[in-house]
Design a protein around this ligand. Structure first.
Ligand code: SF4
Length: 352
């Protein structure tokens, strides 16, 4: 099975919203490039040509922007330009990327330089933020592997593209130990991506992060009508959890008594399908999708009512299985739990 290499930008996108990553990597629908990204690419090309052989920046906006960074860079021909790396972490996991520039500073430290264009310097990362930045850490890991050094210096060269052109350099030294610790975090996240590369779900089956819909000027997949930012969307033609539970409630109200246990078991989605939709619970992070243990069992009301244990258990199990198989987040599972008990109550009443 072919599993692509994992870039820092893939990890960043996935961390922002797993479904957004999946639209690109699972469904093959790419976000269109923005004018700002195109200008950034043009500035990168100018700087690359300058660093390789001293080609002077051409007239025009990209050249003008690039010129403001040149005083902060080493002379042409010094260092490695556009260095492509591959870092193999496990049998399945290989990281890859391209470093704008690597050179040795006068104090002997190996420097990793990245050109950054931005509309405003307030978006520039701080030295502290570079310590955990996926791209910075992965680049440092590649550099340390290449040089065998005990530390490296991250140098992020920002230049503004709007209004007056201003350059701003952010630096941060990192040790080999720190980079190794941060790469372990990336390994854990990358394992989720590899899980999806193996399972190949459709994007709408992957967890959405509604909090990310307005980030970076708004998500293209929402603008294009492909995603409403809801985790209720399970896929074309399928019902979300809320719809499923409503339908079940209606069925139960219209057709008492409830089906026998055997029929309930046949109707319930097989729990084994749930992990195919999202990564194993042990690898989920940051509350994006809480472990299934959030479906706590409340005190059993049936003992008070003196009703048959087996039938009530089957009714509740049906609801809980629906919730688990739908892979919903904490609040929705809690809501599903409440509904399960409502179903159990009406079932008890139906049985007298
Ligand atoms: S619209 Fe929101 S939830 Fe959907 S992919 Fe974009 S960021 Fe994620």
């Amino acid at each position: 099975m072919f599993i692509p290499t994992i870039s820092p930008s893939q990890l960043s996108t996935y961390e922002l919203c797993p479904r957004k990553w999946a639209f690109d990597k699972m469904d093959g629908i790419r976000s269109p490039s923005s004018p700002a990204a195109a200008l950034g690419g043009a500035v990168h090309s100018v700087l690359e040509n300058w660093l390789r052989d001293g080609t002077f920046p051409p007239a025009g906006r990209p050249g003008l922007i690039a010129k403001s960074l040149i005083p902060h860079l080493p002379a042409p021909g010094v260092g490695k330009v556009e260095l492509v790396y591959e870092l193999k972490a496990t049998e399945d996991l290989t990281y890859s990327g391209r470093i704008d520039l690597m050179y040795v500073a006068p104090d002997g430290v190996h420097v990793i330089h990245d050109h950054k264009t931005t509309g405003n310097l307030r978006w520039a990362k701080t030295p502290h933020e570079l310590l955990t930045d996926f791209q910075a850490i992965q680049y440092a890991a590649a550099s340390l592997e290449d040089t065998g050094a005990a530390s490296a210096r991250l140098e992020w060269g920002y230049v503004t593209t709007k209004g007056a052109i201003r350059a701003h350099i952010v630096t941060q030294d990192v040790t080999k130990d720190h980079v190794a610790r941060e790469m372990q975090k990336q390994d854990a996240l990358a394992a989720e991506l590899i899980h999806f590369y193996k399972e190949r779900p459709k994007a709408l089956e992957v967890l959405a992060n509604p909090a990310a819909c307005n980030a970076f000027g708004g998500c293209h997949y929402r603008t294009a009508g492909l995603c409403d930012g809801s985790n209720n969307t399970k896929g074309k033609g399928e019902m979300g959890l809320a719809d499923t539970l409503k339908a079940r409630k209606k069925e139960q109200a219209e057709a008492p008594p409830p089906p026998p246990a055997a029929a309930v078991e046949a109707e319930a989605p097989p729990p084994a399908q749930a992990p195919k939709v999202n990564p194993p619970a042990t690898t989920r992070r940051r509350g994006l999708n809480k472990p299934t243990t959030t479906t706590e069992t409340k005190p059993d009301p049936e003992t008070k009512a003196g009703i048959g244990l087996k039938d009530l258990r089957d009714a509740v199990a049906l609801c809980v299985l629906s919730g688990l198989a739908s892979q919903k987040d904490g609040p929705e599972l809690e809501s599903a739990g409440k509904f399960c008990y409502a179903v159990a109550d009406s079932f008890l009443k139906a049985r007298g």
